[in-house]
Design a protein around this ligand. Structure first.
Ligand code: SF4
Length: 413
């Protein structure tokens, strides 16, 4: 409902990559771009970690990564994997034993950082074992933990250095005939990350996992991660992504999902609340109403685009593409579906009416709700619109008046 038509997307066509499978989730090769996040619990805490995995899955994560840094974590994974609603990837830090233990625990994927696990024999041992079990590996290069030799050779964590690190790791995998690989070349610098992924996309045909590493807390982290990830997605680069935020990981999953939905790269699964920025014409405090509506609709988790508009003069028209919306005017709320006024309610009932209608649209469908509209609503809205235009004039912000005064002054000088 109300989504962007993916077939007519103005984004660059997605760059072809080979396809791998992380458990039941296909990555690359034209598969839907998947959202990843990472748990922050101790993996040994099975119930706590599973609760977080479920929360992440409910908020849009397709794949979840857990730390596997000690034996207790690997043992936890053995219990988490079979009970998880989504595939589980283990992040191996420095120890080959942890990679082997995670595979033994039955994980659906491994992430290896070439800067951390450095011995070629150990890397090949893990690749051989993963190959035997049909488990894919992400080569997760990170600018902050680049292999020292490469750092030295390139004079820093440059885009070329990041891609070279991935290429060297891939060469070890090739030696043992392991091809089930996706690659990430993350940096905390958005510009470096964009350049690195562009180069990786030209260099490899493996699926790419996008991310701005250590993006930081909200809202800055969200902006940095979006700047990097969205730029690449618009260029057709990227097969899976993770927002690395210093926040509840649920925010990462939501952000990833919302980004993909807003770009028309995934079908809408949750709410898309749009609201006007408000202006001199607003008949209600748009921020308050939008915040209340967001909280109430979030609980419903409806796959709708819902608009909160400050006035009935422009609101229903400006948001006619929304599945549902409400516009204020003369102490009343004008409820509209796809731009058509269906009901007029008291101002203090606006949010309740919006939530009630959202629920009904999901149950009965847009057409049925349009058919059930109050026939008198459109005329009532037209009368309110006319009254408001009379009261405030067509130029509610008085820009016209100001321009006249400016002209009068300039003419007299
Ligand atoms: S004209 Fe109405 S809908 Fe548009 S920004 Fe102003 S209050 Fe909102």
């Amino acid at each position: 409902m109300g989504g962007v038509d993916v077939t007519s997307s103005p984004l660059s066509p997605r760059r072809p990559t080979r396809q791998i499978h992380v458990g039941s989730v296909a990555v690359g090769g034209g598969a839907p771009i998947s959202v990843q996040s990472m748990t922050t619990t101790k993996t040994a805490d099975v119930e706590g970690t599973l609760a977080q995995v479920y929360a992440l899955a409910a908020n849009g994560a397709d794949i979840v990564r857990c730390t596997c840094n000690e034996r207790a974590a690997a043992e936890g994974l053995a219990q988490i994997v079979p009970r998880s609603p989504v595939p589980i990837v283990a992040d191996i830090h420095f120890h080959v034993e942890m990679a082997l233990a995670a595979l033994e625990a039955g994980v659906h994927g491994l992430r290896l950082n070439p800067g951390n696990l450095r011995k070629p024999e150990e890397i090949k041992l893990v690749a051989r074992e993963a190959k035997d079990r049909g488990v894919p590996i992400r080569i997760g290069v990170n600018a902050g933990s680049l292999h020292p030799e490469i750092y030295e050779r390139f004079g820093g964590a440059t885009p070329e250095a990041l891609v070279e690190s991935a290429r060297l790791e891939l060469a070890y995998f090739d030696e043992v005939g392991f091809e089930d690989v996706k690659i990430s070349v993350k940096a905390s610098s958005v510009a470096t990350m964009i350049a690195a992924y562009r180069l990786a996309s030209e260099t490899f045909d493996h699926p790419l996992h996008l991310g701005v590493t250590e993006a930081g807390p909200l809202p800055g982290g969200l902006l940095k991660a979006t700047a990097g990830i969205a730029t690449l997605l618009a260029e057709g680069i990227g097969d899976t992504l993770r927002y690395s935020l210093t926040a509840d990981p649920v925010e990462e999953a939501r952000a990833g999902r919302q980004l993909l939905e807003s770009l028309g790269l995934r079908e809408r699964k949750g709410l898309d609340l749009i609201a006007c920025p408000s202006c001199g014409r607003a008949e209600v405090d748009v921020i308050t109403v939008a915040t209340k509506a967001q909280a109430a609709l979030d609980e419903l988790n409806v796959p709708l685009q819902v608009a909160v508009m400050g006035c009935v003069v422009n609101g229903p028209g400006e948001a006619r593409h929304a599945d549902l919306g409400i516009a204020a005017g003369r102490h009343r709320g004008h409820l509209f579906i796809r731009g058509q006024i269906v009901r007029v309610v008291k101002e203090d009932e606006m949010v309740d009416a919006l939530v009630d209608e959202a629920r009904r649209i999901v149950d009965e469908g847009v057409e049925a709700r349009l058919a059930a509209r109050d026939e008198a609503a459109e005329a009532a809205a037209a009368a309110d619109r006319a009254d408001l235009l009379d009261a405030k004039g067509a130029d509610a912000n008085r820009a016209g008046e100001r321009i006249e005064r400016i002209r009068a002054r300039v003419e007299h000088e």
